[in-house]
Design a protein around this ligand. Sequence first.
Ligand code: HEC
Length: 436
Amino acid sequence: MMMMMTPIPRDLPLPLPASAFYLEPLLVVAFVAHIVFVNLLVGSSLLVFGLELRGRKDRDFDRLARALATTLTVNKSLAVVLGVAPLLIISVLYTMQFYTANALTGTAWIGLIPGITVTFVLLYLHKYSWDRLQDAKGTHLGILGIAVALLLFIPLVFLTNVNLMTFPDRWTAVRGFLDALTLPNVLPRYLHFLGASLVLTSLFCVAWFGRASYPVEEVFERLTRPQLRRMFYSVAFVVSLAQFVIGPVVLLTLPSRGINAVVLAEIGAGVALAIPAVWMLWKEMVDPESGRRFFKIVGLLTVTVLMMALGRHNYRYVALREHRRAVARETAAWQLASEAARVQARTGVPAAGAAPDGAALFASSCSGCHAKDTRLVGPPLTEIAQVYQGNPAGIVAWAKAPGKKRADMPPMPAMAAVGDANLRAIAEYMLKAGAP
Ligand code: HEC
C-alpha cells in the first residue's frame, strides 16, 4: 500500500500514442541501443585519456590514443541520436514519475544541456588539435581531462534521476540532486555502469584494432596485433570480474519493493550467460592469436545486457505499479469532479445544497476504485450502468452489502456508512455518468 505521505500527482488525461504492450518492449530495446553507445563514449574517453598519458613516454600509445579518439566522436553522435527514442518513450509511459524526478533534480537536470554541449565541443577540440598541441601535451590532456570529468558526471545525473523516479515515497524529502544522489542504489549502479563501459569499449577495441584489415604495421612502430588484442582483452577480463562483485551489491541495495521472481530470473539469466563469456575472455587473453571466440563472447554479452535491461525495466514496472494505479485513480476522480462542475455551471443547478450532490459524493467515496470507463480496483461506471440501468435502488442495496461477483477483483468494502440518501444520489449520478 502507498504511504499517506506519498505525493500522488494527477496525470494528463491523454491517451498513449500506442498501446503500452508495444511501448514497454520498445523502451527496453531503444534503451539498450542508446546505452551501448553511451558505454562506448564514456569507456573510450577514459581509455583515450589513459593511453595518451602513457603515450608521453611511448609514441605507439599516443598513436593508439589518437586512433581511438577518432572513433569516439562517432560513438558520441550515435549515443545522442539513439537517446531520443528512450527519452520520449519513458516520458509518455511514466510521465508523472519521470517529470517529477526531473523537477526535483532541476538544476543538475537542466545543467545537462550546457554540460553535454561543452563536452562535445571539448571532444572535437581535443581530436583536431592533436598535431598543433603535440608539444603542449599538458594542455592537450587538460582539454580531454575536463571532457572526461563531465562525461563521468553526466550519466550520474541521468542515473540519479531515473532512480529517484522509482521512489515516490521519498519525493517530499528530496531537496535537489545531491539529496537524490544519496538514495540507495545510485552509487553501486553507477560503478556497474562504468564497468560495463570499460568492458564494452575494450571489446570494441579488440574488434577495431585486432581486425585483419587494420593496418597495424603502418600505424605503430612496435605494437603488434596480438599485443593489442591481449591488452584490450585483459582490461575486459579484469573489469568483468569486478562486475561480479559490483552486480550483487546493486541487487542488494535495490529496495525489495520492485523485486519479484521474474526480475530475479531475468537478472539470473544475465549472470549465467556472463560466466562462460568471462571464461572465454580469459582464454582469448592467454591466446590472443586465436580470435575465434570473439563473436561467441559478444553474442553472450549481448544477451546478458538485454536480460539485465529487461530485469531493470521490470523492476521499475513492479516498483511503480501501485503508485501508477493511485495516479490513475486521482486523475479519474478529478476528471469526474470537473465534469460534474461543468454540468452544474451550465445547468445552473446549485453545487451542494438541499439535495445531496451525487457527483461530489461519488468523487469522495467511490472514485478511488471506480472510474467512468476504465477499470480501476472495481468495474467502470459504463459496466455498472449496464447492470443497473433504471435501478438506482439496486446500486444502493449493493453498496450497503456488496456481494462477491467478479473472480478477478477483490471484494468491495461495504459503504452503508455513506447513508441511504447519499447513496441514492451517488447511484443516480453513476447511472447518468455511465450511460452510453
Ligand atoms: C475499495 C474499493 C472500492 C470502493 C471505494 C468502492 N467500490 Fe464498488 N466495487 C469495488 C469492487 C472491487 C467491485 C467488484 C466486486 C465484485 O464484482 O466482486 C465493485 C463493484 C461495484 C458495483 C457493481 C456491483 C454489481 O452488481 O456488479 C457497484 C454498483 C459498486 N461497486 C458501487 C459502489 C459505490 C456506490 C461506491 C461508493 C459509495 C463504491 N462502489 C465504492 C470496489 C470498490
